[in-house]
Design a protein around this ligand. Structure first.
Ligand code: KIV
Length: 387
């Protein structure tokens, strides 16, 4: 029996915190509907206290996307919680996500308060949120830089006030996987009452460790992971949705866990978020980058042609990839890849013509990065004419 990992998508909230991104209400509904269709457990639709437009957009998602839990973010302030509650009024399964600074640095230098005041804010805010929603998530912000003793105290306060989900954010993306495991183990050891709540992890990718940290959190007991499609989000972004879902496909059995996400929607969803956010997916991005299933070097081409899994751990069809595995020809390609592309174009060549075409191909490949199909067809035509 595998434990379920709930996937909490924050593309529409932390993802929208990417500099230069603004989702319209229509964008939010479209993306939320795509996430819901893929059985994502929770969609964080936005931060209603931020503006009237944001409140309306979250309310539209809550009204129109009924088959998943819709969540709204709120600081630990009455006004924010009321704004979130109002925006979620028509949600089928509302969740309010309350957060407050928890590291001493942020408590002193951003919030300008003391630890005791923070605990009081948490107790009041979580209790107020629980009056409006059956599901309340609490995040002690900057948890990975917080004093572990204070983290225990503030989480205890949130649980006592009725929090149903405790989310541990690595807000500045500074933690190593071992440290994440330590934070989770420490909390679980010292707070037996945590067993009644869902433990969650929210990773930022400042050091490129967000996915590794998310998996470490799972190893130490997290049963919800917060992610954003294409890894978009504040600064260097959030844990990438597609990386977590596929890493858990590959390693879930070993970890004793599985998500309920339908991975076949990953590529269309990635393309949708790329289009609506305006943030281009890097070619070499894990899982959804344009090069993720493209093979350029001779040894890899030969291997993948003989047995796809020699050089691919994911099946492109399983994530709704529009093209599948590709052999891309260039100067590092070998004869096996070259012949395969020629055949794929439906061109039949005699042995002599094939040799001549190969010579021409190699000469061209030394001058251009990719020998495209048109150029390859032209090379073959000339080789046939010469033989
Ligand atoms: O990065 C962060 O700490 C957050 C919290 C609100 C979860 O986005």
């Amino acid at each position: 029996m595998l434990d379920k990992i709930a996937v909490f998508d924050t593309t529409l909230r932390d993802g929208e915190q990417s500099a230069g991104v603004r989702f319209s209400a229509e964008d939010k509904v479209e993306i939320a509907a795509a996430l819901a269709a893929m059985q994502v457990d929770v969609v964080e639709a936005g931060f209603p206290a931020a503006s009237a437009g944001e409140r309306q957009a979250v309310a539209r998602v809550a009204r129109e996307v009924r088959s998943t839990s819709v969540c709204a973010l709120a600081r630990a302030l009455p006004h924010d919680i009321d704004a979130a509650a109002e925006a979620l009024r028509d949600a089928a399964e509302p969740r309010i996500h309350v957060f407050v600074n928890a590291s001493d640095m942020q408590i002193a230098r951003q919030l300008g308060r003391g630890r005791e005041e923070v605990k009081e804010m948490v107790a009041h805010a979580v209790a107020r949120a629980r009056q409006a929603a059956g599901s309340v998530e609490f995040s002690p912000m900057d948890a990975t830089r917080a004093d572990p003793d204070f983290l225990v105290e503030v989480v205890r306060e949130a649980l006592a006030a009725g929090a149903t989900v405790i989310n541990i954010p690595d807000t500045v993306g500074c933690a190593l996987p071992g440290q994440v495991r330590e934070v989770f183990r420490g909390l679980r050891e010292r707070l037996p009452e945590l067993d009644e709540a869902v433990l969650s992890f929210h990773g930022q990718d400042d050091l490129g460790l967000a996915t590794a940290n998310s998996l470490a959190a799972v190893e130490a007991g997290a049963r919800q992971l917060e992610v954003a499609v294409n890894g978009i989000g504040e600064r260097a972004g959030n844990t990438a949705f597609e990386e977590v879902v596929m890493a858990l496909r590959v390693h879930g059995a070993a970890l004793g866990v599985a998500t309920g996400v339908d991975a076949s929607g990953i590529c269309p969803l990635s393309a949708l978020v790329e289009a609506r956010s305006g943030i281009a997916v890097p070619r070499n991005k894990a899982v959804v980058g344009a090069n993720a299933f493209r093979h350029a070097s001779g040894i890899h081409q030969d291997g993948v042609l003989k047995w796809r899994e020699n050089y691919e751990i994911l099946d492109p069809a399983s994530i709704g990839h529009p093209r599948g595995s590709e052999i891309v020809l260039g100067k590092l390609s070998g004869r096996a890849g070259f012949v395969a592309r020629v055949r794929a174009l439906g061109i039949e060549l005699s042995d002599d013509a094939l040799d001549a075409a190969w010579q021409r191909f190699q000469a061209l490949a030394d001058r251009v990065a990719i020998v495209e199909d048109d150029a390859l067809a032209g090379i073959c035509e000339k080789a046939v004419a010469r033989c």
